[in-house]
Design a protein around this ligand. Structure first.
Ligand code: ADP
Ligand code: ASP
Ligand code: MG
Length: 410
């Protein structure tokens, strides 16, 4: 007998029929003698609908009230799943994040889990109940409801598995595993049997939204056996997220390609090239609590520099107005901004022992006539920024060039 935490995403609980199907799946695992804790998301589209309601009332909703409201999506699905299980004769009980309790800090809309009380769940499990917990939400030490950021139900699932010392955490979604890249963009993408935590963390951080970043961090930190599976297909093995690859000899250089269109790029041109310039430009951006991703600085022959960086696209307007002031202060010639960019990244632990990945990447993009605007590298990834309209072409070309296409799909 094992203790299994299962998490079902929005599409997997998107209709009453889908919820019935989840109940059937849960019961199948229970029939094999396992104890089950089930985390569910809101029905697909529901969280977006709720956020749109808030922004229809005010352009700038109070984060506490936003969490108070947005958390209701999951409260619906937990109860529906409990009903579906009970109607099949199975004892089940649903809990909100606050009822468990999933204790978080006070950072509304992006709260971090600090502690999970397991006693109540353990008691239920011991008495034979199936425990159902609302994903994406928690409660701070003053009883305020918090949420964990978009996609946060993954993190609830993994955090519960860690707290309960579960034997496995299964993430059920609308694809049957983690692929070499988003299969909706590249039909030739291939399912990975396994991927390391390290690679999965990079993939998630660089835009693959199949797992929330925080959930991968948690799984790595607490060594939670984590598997991504389809809630639509039967019996597949999905993708196992592992500590290290057992078949490192056969490890491909590149495991996957991630991409995102979430960023905007700014260039401050013609800044005098003197000490302190980077700080004078990025200091005010940091003070406004805006995270900077990539940074490039070029020095021209006339002793001026062009300073380019990217931030999340949501911060576009804020950064633009900060830079207007900053460029006057530092005596820059001009500021240009572009929110039609995309970032494409190759990820693979195999890169550590292989030279030439970057040059093959650049050659592939050059062959497609795609201009690279910025480059950044780490031990296991290479990212480039390019014009958004070339993103899909770039991802497909790189997928083929690095031998990731599945055989037999055209
Ligand atoms: P859920 O609602 O179940 O949490 P998500 O929409 O958050 O599901 O995540 C699943 C989606 O992630 C898939 O439908 C797929 O389009 C997308 N995705 C992006 N990158 C990948 C990848 N490398 N492998 C698999 N799916 C990916
Ligand atoms: N319902 C939340 C969202 O849409 C959390 C989740 O689905 O994981 O972001
Ligand atoms: Mg998700």
């Amino acid at each position: 007998m094992a203790l299994i935490v299962q998490k079902y995403g929005g599409t997997s609980v998107g209709t009453p029929e889908r919820i019935q199907a989840v109940a059937e799946r849960v019961l199948k695992w229970r029939a094999q003698g396992h104890q089950l804790v089930v985390v569910v998301s809101a029905m697909s589209g529901e969280t977006n609908r709720l956020i749109a309601l808030a922004t229809a009332v005010t352009a700038d909703p109070d984060p506490r009230e936003l969490d108070q409201m947005v958390s209701t999506g999951e409260q619906v699905t937990i109860a529906l799943l409990a009903m579906a299980l009970q109607s099949r004769g199975a004892p089940a009980r649903s809990y909100t994040g606050a009822q468990v309790a999933v204790r978080t800090d006070k950072a509304y809309t992006k709260a971090r889990i600090e502690h999970i009380d397991v006693e109540r769940m353990q008691k239920d499990l011991q008495s034979g109940r199936i425990v159902i917990v609302a994903g994406f939400q928690g409660v701070d030490d003053e009883g305020n409801i918090t949420t964990l950021g978009r996609g946060g139900s993954d993190t609830t699932g993994v955090a519960l598995a860690a707290a309960l010392k579960a034997d496995e955490c299964q993430i059920y979604t609308d694809v049957d595993g983690v692929y070499t890249t988003d299969p909706r963009v590249v039909p030739q993408a291939r399912r990975l049997e396994r991927i390391t935590f390290e690679e999965m963390l990079e993939m998630a951080s660089l835009g693959s939204k199949v797992l929330q970043i925080r959930s991968v961090e948690f799984a790595g930190k607490y060594n939670v056996p984590l598997r991504v599976l389809s809630s639509f297909a039967e019996g597949g093995a999905g993708t196992l997220i592992t500590v290290d690859s057992e078949e490192s000899m056969e490890q491909p250089v590149i495991s996957g390609i991630a991409f995102n269109r979430d960023e905007a790029k700014f260039t401050v041109r013609g800044v005098p090239d003197i000490p302190g310039v980077a700080f004078r430009i990025l200091g005010p951006v940091g003070q406004a609590n805006i995270e900077v991703d990539m940074i490039v600085q070029n020095v021209a022959a006339d002793n001026t520099t062009d300073f380019t960086f990217t931030v999340h696209r949501n911060d576009y307007r804020k950064v633009l107005s900060i830079l207007e002031q900053v460029s006057r202060d530092v005596g820059a010639k001009e500021v240009t901004a572009d929110d039609k960019i995309a970032k494409v990244s190759l990820v693979g632990v195999g890169m550590r022992s292989h030279a030439g990945v970057a040059s093959q990447m650049f050659a592939t993009l050059a062959h497609e006539n795609i201009n690279i605007q910025m480059i950044s590298t780490s031990e296991i990834k290479i990212s480039v920024v390019l014009q958004e309209k070339y993103m899909e072409l770039a991802v497909r070309a790189l997928h083929t060039a690095f031998g990731l296409d599945s055989v037999g799909v055209v």
